[in-house]
Design a protein around this ligand. Sequence first.
Ligand code: HEM
Length: 397
Amino acid sequence: MAMSSVMGLGCALQRLAVVPKASVSMVESSLSSSGFGAQLSDATTLGSHVRRRRRSSVSSAKGSGGGRSHLQLLQSEFVPLMGIRRKIFSGASVTTVRGRSSVVGVVRSMVSSDPEQLRGAREEIKKVLAEKFCHPILIRLGWHDAGTYDKSVAEWPKRGGANGSLRFSIELDHAANAGLIGAIKLLEPVKEKFPNISYADLFQLASATAIEDAGGPKIPMRYGRRDTSGPEECINEGNLPSAGPPSPASHLRQVFYRMGLNDQDIVALSGAHTLGRSRPERSGWGKPVTKYTKDGPGAPGGQSWTREWLRFDNSYFRDIKEKRDQELLVLPTDAVLFEDPGFKQFAEKYAVDEATFFKDYAESHAKLSELGSEFSPPEGIYIDKKPSTAEKFVSST
Ligand code: HEM
């Protein structure tokens, strides 16, 4: 593909300039991937051709490119081009003419994750969990990718949701997502090793695997989510909940009802705070360190909701009800679960009945993980035996 063809991609390339470099490596890592291998007649040739162009640009450091030298192109557009190659790969037909590939027309294609790769990625995620104790942040990543969904918007991906858009810096930079770049970095090697799965699937796979690995219920997950292809498809800031709004109950309802979820989902999903910590330098909430977090595991510090904050159980509901231990965190949106009558009926039940909490959590988590997603094939991909009603919500422990 000649540089002039690259330049001819006009608006796509203009967007390159706004792809922040921090996001380039993650997107770049998906270059050969994309899950589009079969659709591309010569993806490898195109990839290596781009690499060849890059080398020749560096060595000649002169040339046309609209009056700018190749070196200038390298600096101003080529580096970001690496970041958008996935877009070119995923959104275009590629033909090969005498060993050269060229982009001939944009067709919005669907990602279809490979079931074998999904299973392989799951095993790889388990290794990362065992080494880094990063269950909570991976769960938060999946939730924040999905939780932007707006059911009143029909069009994908404008409606937000679990579509992998959280990999782009523009969305990672939203205040609510502070710290989640760490989760992206942890998953980058997994994506490199298993390129034929979508980011949207990877984020949800990591979250469900973390819940199960921490002793939580088996989540009846479906895969095959389609990925957003560029930062311009990210949703505007403001769809995720605040922890200290003036009226926590109505705020939670406003946010979760917008996603199509109900009071039971709100209470069950809040139970994910049985895991993890809040860090003042990220969200502004919590103490810098407590007796439960000073030694890690993982990076020490922050304030947890529960004593054993790497074990998934129903202790969150008991602890936020009692509010006896000053070392444990209770956000205004946690406290309201025992104050508002609509929420309280579920919170009281979960505090005494872990099996019901696990069953309801698994159901709500599966719902959350599919918000706004478009699946290919439409019925999705199951990497375990498709759950029957009888065995659907069984604890993994
Ligand atoms: C109900 C509304 C929610 C609010 C207001 C809220 C708020 C917060 C806040 C302020 C933090 C601390 C972040 C930090 O400082 O790093 C946090 C952490 C966390 N949240 Fe939520 N959250 C909500 C719902 C959820 C849901 C639905 C899930 C998952 C299903 C979830 C999972 C987590 C996890 C696992 C952490 C710990 C992250 C870590 O340790 O790195 N949260 N949440």
